[in-house]
Design a protein around this ligand. Structure first.
Ligand code: EPU
Length: 421
């Protein structure tokens, strides 16, 4: 298993380009299941999760052609095997996103239940309840969700769905199911995340009739079929936020290109509170960090509030900031696994249920730490960049799931980082 060796203590400086968003790319890849014509995607990030999703789609009969490293076309004309097996779902929960489109286009789907993961139980009952409201017959047996359209209808039926909580992939699954359903579907309490909007934009370019994406009420008028289209994946706002935090923590100055601050208000506000100077351009963001950051408290909530996917990175920057801050996680019940590893680097963190009290220390010292999930790994990278001496981050396959060429990009900014194979 690869490890990352970081020699800390260098301020990040320079310019780096941000990749396409993992959490937009994954549902959009699944949208290719909805049409029998090619979907051309550009700005696709080269990530392990993306290749896992491409393999999953291929084994269902989707033809995948790579035109350039960040460009693929997918043609699901030959879709024949509506199955997402356990082996794949266990490595990537987002595989659940094939459920809605398979059911809508193929009338049937067998998808392994994702089960829990490092950050929480993460059930998918909202996805299932929504599909049942649209007339699907769903059985959960032997660890698999088996869903099919009622025999007398042969097609999903539009429905009014109010989800019990805001769920991002739940909203995306139901939106994809509804585009080919008979009649109108309304999803209330929908996730407003920009990735939901990017998916809706792609579906609309495929001929879907969707309004309200980006609000908590999405209206979808089902159509008979979708057609091929071209779509460019939005920039990754979490990758952007992660590099901003890395620059902030190391006292650096960076310019991130091919991205924008448009979807990062809550994160940018916190970095301003921490004492950073931020200049936003149309397709770039510049950040200049003060000599020492001020600690900033954050509370995670669905978009547009502060994202849970940036919580670990802010815990890392607070570890070396001046003062104390409280980090409150409200989305996932077990998303503080990075805290114990940060403590091994010398951080002062006390956990009380879903609150972490972080008191900044003058310095962190390098050590060997272990990554437990994607964003936890990102926080350890930030801490390693700040720490004196060498930090070795074990199990970096988590990072490879969601950060394209992380060591190359960090080196471009002057960091001393090496991958140990
Ligand atoms: N939930 C349920 N039942 C459901 C669905 C969700 O109880 O049927 C709960 C979850 O357990 C959680 C909360 O609702 O407590 C919100 O979960 P959500 O469904 O929104 O999360 P998700 O769709 O599984 C996506 C991202 C995550 C991100 C969350 C929250 C993708 C592929 N994943 O997950 O990204 O943290 O939304 O914003 O879009 C990451 O990139 O590192 C990552 C974990």
């Amino acid at each position: 298993m690869d490890k990352l060796l970081i020699r800390g203590g260098t301020a990040l400086r320079g310019e780096v380009a941000i990749s396409g968003a993992k959490n937009a790319a994954l549902p959009i890849l699944c949208a290719s299941l909805l049409a029998a014509e090619p979907l051309y995607l550009s700005n696709l990030p080269q990530l392990r999760d993306v290749s896992t999703m491409l393999r999953l789609l291929e084994q269902m009969g989707v033809e995948v052609v790579c035109h350039a490293p960040d460009m693929v076309s997918l043609n699901s004309r030959g879709l024949h095997n509506p199955l997402a097996p356990y082996d794949m779902v266990k490595t990537m929960r987002a595989s659940i996103l094939v459920l809605g489109p398979l059911l809508a286009r193929h009338g049937e789907a067998r998808v392994s239940l994702p089960g829990g993961c490092a950050i929480g139980a993460r059930p998918v009952e909202q996805h299932i309840k929504g599909l049942q409201a649209m007339g699907a017959e769903v059985n959960v047996e032997h660890g698999y969700i088996h869903a099919c359209c009622a025999a007398d209808k042969g097609r999903l039926q539009g429905a009014c769905i109010v989800t019990d909580m805001v769920t991002v992939t739940g909203t995306e699954n139901l939106m994809m199911a509804a585009v080919l359903a008979e009649g109108e579907t309304i999803i209330e309490n929908a996730a407003r995340e920009p990735e939901v909007v990017d998916l809706a934009d792609c579906l609309i370019s495929m001929g879907a009739q969707i309004s309200g994406a980006g609000t908590d009420k999405i209206r979808i008028r089902g159509v008979e079929r979708l057609h091929g289209a071209r779509h460019s994946i939005m920039a990754d706002r979490i990758e952007t936020g992660t590099y901003l935090c890395a620059a902030a923590a190391t006292g650096g100055e960076v310019r991130l290109t091919r991205t924008s601050a448009a979807y990062l208000d809550a994160v940018v506000d916190k970095l301003l509170d921490a004492g950073c100077d931020i200049v936003t351009e149309r397709d770039a963001i510049r950040l200049k960090a003060p000599a020492r950051l001020k600690a900033v408290s954050v509370r995670t909530s669905p978009y547009p509030a502060f994202p849970t996917d940036m919580q670990a990175q802010f815990m890392a920057i607070n570890c070396v900031a001046e003062g104390s801050a409280v980090i409150r996680e409200t989305i996932f019940e077990n998303r503080f696994m990075h805290a114990v590893e940060l403590i091994r680097l010398g951080a002062d963190i006390r956990i009380d249920a879903n609150n972490a009290m972080v008191t900044g220390v003058e310095r962190l010292d390098g050590a060997t730490v272990m990554a437990t999930d994607l964003r936890a790994s990102a926080s350890l990278v930030i801490a390693g960049l700040v720490a004196q001496g060498e930090t070795v981050i074990d199990r970096i396959y988590h990072l490879d799931r969601g950060y394209e060429k992380i060591e190359e990009k960090l080196r471009q900014l002057g960091a001393r980082v090496e991958r140990i194979r």
